[in-house]
Ligand binder design. Sequence first.
Ligand SMILES: *Cc1c(COP(=O)(O)O)cnc(C)c1O
Length: 399
Amino acid sequence: MSTTTKSNALDGAHPDTLAIRVGHVRTAEGEHAEPIFLTSSYVFDDAAEAAARFAGERAGNVYSRYTNPTVRVFEERIAALEGAEDAVATASGMAAIMSTCLALLKGGDHIVCSRSVFGTTTVLFNKYLSKFGLEVTFVAPTDCSAWENAVRDNTAMLFLETPSNPLCEIVDLTAISALASNCGALLVVDNCFCTPVLQRPLDYGADVVVHSATKYLDGQGRCVGGVAVGSRELMEEVEGFLRSAGPTMSAFNAWVFLKGLETLRLRMEAHSANALALARWLQEQTQIERVFYAGLEAHPGHELAASQQRAFGGVLSFRVVGDRDSAWRFIDGTEFLSLTANLGDAKTTIIHPATTTHGRLTDEERDETGITENLIRVAAGLEHVEDIKADLQRGMAAL
Ligand SMILES: *Cc1c(COP(=O)(O)O)cnc(C)c1O
């Protein structure tokens, strides 16, 4: 037994082990849990050392906007789990998306983006990146020819989420990554809904994976954070941007996310099992018009999801028989489910997408994307599934 983990002891280890062990080198104190380096800056032994570190000639910490040992452990661990060379942690999921785009794109570039991405991603692209001469085309995520037709000479990035929120559309990672490499563009996948436990987009040819660590990586709704993952070459660019622009992850948040990673596999399996049981049960109820969950055999993306994911994840949605009032009565009829837009939490959450997360869409866009007024999204938590059903039953009784 040694007090420090030897660097090669984890070669070939399983993801469960990597999620718990990668990156932590014990200090002389012999601490068991990873320490939180809550320090903004670092001191140098002498003036020559300071000069060498500033010049980048000698490795070592300078300032926590650049590097922090606790944040570094989180980066190494998530890179190991995604099968990537490197990772860069950020202040939020949106900071990971922004940093990836601003570091890897330039004015005049064109992005092809799934139209079923996180709402704020759409706002970032349409309202802010467009100010700097980046153009975006949105496409139906499951229509491969729509992706092909949208590509132009200046297309530099394809961006997607799979499964999508809230309708669980499944995008073919192999097909879209082949398209990206044919046209010399980067494929960026927001892997927030699956986490590396259920899906590793880099294995299918994606170039960069981004996460909102706020969701399943934390798993208990405590901290906001994000991370970008990819080759060392690409991550050096993202890290360089972060050093200058500043949306870095705090050491405390990195420590919380490290604790989250230790139980990630167990939690993702439990979230997925609860969601599947709820989806199967809901589709048998006469008050429910349709259930959207890729774990159901009738779902158009079922086989594709089964081929690129290890399980179907924790998020499902369904249309109640009726209209907006019916959906609201259902939601207000539940008693312990959390009415919040968050997901990836031990607590089951429920939300009405058409008037909250997707409230910015026009009626026409909502019809096109299927986010109808009678649609409800549930992110299955870790409570006992029979108790979640009982609360949804209260919602149904209110219809
Ligand atoms: C929440 C979320 C984001 C944004 O993450 P923040 O941590 O809230 O900035 C991005 N993508 C997806 C899919 C999300 O669910």
